[in-house]
Each structure stands twice: as structure tokens, then as C-alpha cells.
Design a protein around this ligand. Structure first.
Ligand code: NI
Length: 266
């Protein structure tokens, strides 16, 4: 089964008619998609979409660049949402120092708090890190006990050395569109060294469309291009890699086995 472990179909205004979108993904052979929130409203919307679409699951969390409405009570509401059968992870959470004037301390607090939430809910975490590798790694090391239910570095774009540090902590590494871009030599190296039981793939739709669709609005149907490139870099059969990543996704996101499996296959 082909799986996209990270997309934002909850950008309602970017995809037009929802029923048509879901049908197009089914037609493209996409087996399961995790629809990821970045604040409470987008997480709640992803949860609603997962109720409407049999092969859609959701993650709920506050992205580090979307903390305007973050509070302890909002964390409580996230926890309520994630009790749903299709709530598979806390995410996306993490650190993003890309923009000028970011409140790094506030980001760190929200990140740690949501790692605690994932632990309390016995769910894995989906982690975003941009221009913040050293602090992300430090927080994960300091909170290692909170990673018992696993975590993935989503849309990984760092160096092989950084990837090795995350792997040492038991994390999964997920590849998105950038691995297909030309001049992605450093990322090519990472794709070659991630062990078979720790690799995942995603689109991060609507962002970061892979080659040859770069610059267009991305959709989970394009995840095929990520599999194609990863298989080529790793010298693996593409179908085997798809099945292996599907297995990894079900190992990390245990609630993917809950209701909504379109045809029961893995
Ligand atoms: Ni994302």
C-alpha cells in the first residue's frame, strides 16, 4: 500500500471540492494519508476530514510558527481530539527559527509540553525542525523518556551527521519533495544511510511539490515521486520500498490500524 505520512489537506481553500480531492487520491492508488494540524482549528478540521474520508487519518498539534493561540487549555483540547480512533499522532510540533523575531523560549516550552502530551496519550510525535537542529536535538535528548511511543523527523533536510544523531535516539526519518530536487546531494547521502526500518515518506502537501512538479500545488498523489527517487538512491525495488515504508508507518503510527482501512491490505 502506498502511504503519505504527512500532508495538510486541511487547507480547505487550497484543494477545492473535497469529495473530488478524496476521489482523485483513491484513483491515484494512494492507500492512506495522515492529515496534519498546525494549531487547534486546523487539527480539528483534519479530524473532521478523517471522519469523511475512509483512508484519511489525522495528527493534532501546534506548529512552532503558529503559537498565537497556544495555551495549556488548548493542549487539553488537543488531547480530547486525539482520543478519536483516527487520531494517530501529536504533530506537527518542534522548533522553527527561520523567521526573524521568533520567540525561541516560547517555542521550546510548547515543544516540550507537547512531547509530554504525546507520552501521556501513548502516541508518537511528528517533529518539525527548521534552522534549529542543535536546539531540537538537545530538547529531544533532554526529553528522551518522553519518546517511548516514537517520533519522526518530518521533511528531513539536514546533514547525514544530524540524521545519525536522530537515529541514535530511535527516531524515524521522513523524506519529502526536497529529496527529488537537483543539487540535493547532502540529502541524497542521508537517503542512503537511513536503515530500512526507520525510513518514511511524505509529501507535506500543499508545499514542496517534488520534481517534476516543483512550484505547483502539491498533493499526496505525488508521493509516488518520492518513492521513485528514494528507491533509485537506495538501489531498492520501488514496490518493496513502498511496502516497507507502509510497514514502518504502521509500526510507528499504531492507530493507523484502526477503522477506515479501505481494503484491509498493508
Ligand atoms: Ni507539515
Amino acid at each position: 500500500m502506498i502511504i503519505d505520512t504527512h500532508a495538510h489537506l486541511n487547507y480547505a481553500d487550497r484543494y477545492g471540492d473535497e469529495a473530488r480531492l478524496f476521489q482523485s487520491l483513491a484513483d491515484a492508488g494512494i492507500g492512506k494519508v495522515i492529515d496534519v494540524g498546525w494549531d487547534y482549528a486546523s487539527s480539528a478540521y483534519a479530524a473532521e476530514q478523517a471522519e469523511r474520508c475512509p483512508f484519511l487519518y489525522f495528527a493534532a498539534g501546534f506548529h512552532p510558527s503558529n503559537l498565537e493561540s497556544y495555551s495549556e487549555s488548548e493542549c487539553g483540547r488537543l488531547a480530547e481530539l486525539l482520543k478519536a480512533p483516527k487520531g494517530v499522532a501529536v504533530g506537527e510540533i518542534g522548533l522553527d527559527y527561520h523567521y526573524e523575531g521568533t520567540d525561541e523560549a516560547a517555542q521550546k516550552r510548547a515543544f516540550v509540553r507537547q512531547l509530554e502530551l504525546a507520552y501521556a496519550l501513548k502516541l508518537p510525535a511528528i517533529i518539525h525542525s527548521r534552522d534549529a537542529a542543535a536546539d531540537t536535538l538537545q530538547i529531544l535528548k533532554d526529553n528522551r523518556a518522553k519518546l517511548s511511543y516514537g517520533a519522526v523527523m518530518h521533511c528531513f533536510s539536514g546533514s547525514p551527521e544530524t540524521a545519525k544523531e536522530y537515529l541514535k535516539l530511535g527516531l524515524y526519518i521522513s523524506f519529502a519533495g526536497p529529496v527529488t530536487f537537483k543539487n540535493a546531494r547532502r540529502l541524497d547521502e542521508v537517503a542512503k544511510i537511513v536503515p530500512s526500518d526507520r525510513i518514511l515518506a511524505e509529501t507535506d502537501s500543499p508545499y514542496l511539490a517534488p520534481e517534476p512538479f516543483r512550484g505547483t500545488r502539491n498533493t499526496p498523489a505525488n508521493v509516488i515521486k518520492i518513492y521513485e527517487k528514494l528507491a533509485a538512491l537506495r538501489g531498492e525495488d520501488q514496490k518493496d520500498l513502498e511496502d516497507n515504508i507502509c510497514k514502518n508507518a504502521h509500526t510507528l503510527f499504531k492507530k493507523l490500524d484502526n477503522t477506515g482501512d479501505r481494503n484491509g491490505e498493508i
